[in-house]
Design a protein around this ligand. Structure first.
Ligand code: NAD
Length: 264
């Protein structure tokens, strides 16, 4: 199978939620393509472990704890990344939380968590990096949203609502940054079997008294192309969006999801 190939030597990426799943894959792919990477995560040990993987493979990386709910901490992490690498070319505002599935189980604290991490966390992270990108008049921002930000449903409502907000935020920020040559897009992965998705599948299957495999089979039926999204489907799209070929693509919500978002 052919793949997009980009040379990112001399570029620098900054990633939130980079310690696991999609963020970890984005960090490793950017590094494989030659970029230096600041890997941040709420879980410091995971961020440091991913940075260690990159360094062990001969790349350059910095692993830091960053709770994206804390705007001041976002500024400090960006300052640390700039002190180490001198620039940030690509921002992946990727950290996110899923929350309870059932409407009656959702507490005010669950709403706060989804709002604080999924939308305000994205806002804080972007705000910390944007002045630097404006000054350099270059940069790419990729916000990890979700097909659930477009698709209505009776489950995971705080997740859907906050992911919808990130898509609108990406569109608005794209207009702020267009005069500076900086692009902003929302990545909308389909169902991807990361730790977040697997634990949701296990919990839901247990509640319904079916096996996780049976539950995942049901999910597959709902995907028009009958395939889960692979991590390489997301990293391949990200490689394209940070490449020169994508310089005029901005304000878009792009879904490597086998048609789920379109089928809503
Ligand atoms: N897995 C899917 O099917 C799927 C589909 C669409 C979108 N997404 C989105 O992709 C992104 C990554 O999710 P994933 O599937 O890789 O999940 P994951 O649970 O494997 O990784 C999420 C990471 O975010 C970190 N995190 C959580 N709260 C944080 C905070 N306050 N500050 C900083 N980091 C924090 C976690 O520690 C974890 O390392 C999320 O925004 C998620 O909503 C996932």
């Amino acid at each position: 199978m052919s793949r997009v190939s980009v040379d990112l030597h001399g570029k620098v990426a900054f990633i939130t939620g980079g310690g696991s799943g999609i963020g970890r894959s984005l960090a490793l792919q950017m590094a494989l393509d030659g970029a230096a990477v600041t890997v941040t995560d709420l879980d410091e040990a995971r961020a440091i472990a991913v940075a260690g993987e990159i360094e062990a493979a001969g790349g350059q990386a910095l692993g830091l704890r960053l709770d994206v709910r804390d705007a001041e901490a976002a500024g400090e992490a960006v300052a640390a990344a700039l002190a180490r690498f001198g620039q940030i070319d690509f921002l992946f505002a990727n950290a996110g939380v899923l929350g309870p599935a059932e409407y009656l189980d959702i507490t005010p604290a669950d709403w706060d968590l989804s709002l604080d991490v999924n939308i305000k966390g994205v806002v804080h992270t972007c705000r910390a990096v944007v002045p630097h990108m404006m000054e350099r008049r270059q940069g790419r921002i990729l916000i990890t949203a979700s097909y659930n930000g477009v698709r209505a449903g009776s489950h995971v409502i705080p997740y859907r609502v906050t992911k919808a907000a990130t898509i609108m935020y990406a569109r608005c920020l794209a207009l702020v940054l267009a005069p500076y040559g900086v692009t902003v897009n929302a990545l909308c992965p389909g169902v991807t079997l990361t730790p977040m998705q697997v634990s949701y599948a296990e919990q839901t299957a247990a509640q319904r008294g079916i096996s996780t495999d049976a539950y995942l089979e049901e999910r597959l039926v709902g995907i028009p192309m009958h395939e889960f999204t692979g991590l390489a489907d997301i990293t391949g799209l990200a490689e394209f969006l940070v490449s020169d070929s994508a310089r005029l693509i901005t304000g878009q919500a792009i879904a490597p999801d086998g048609g789920v978002m379109t089928s809503s």
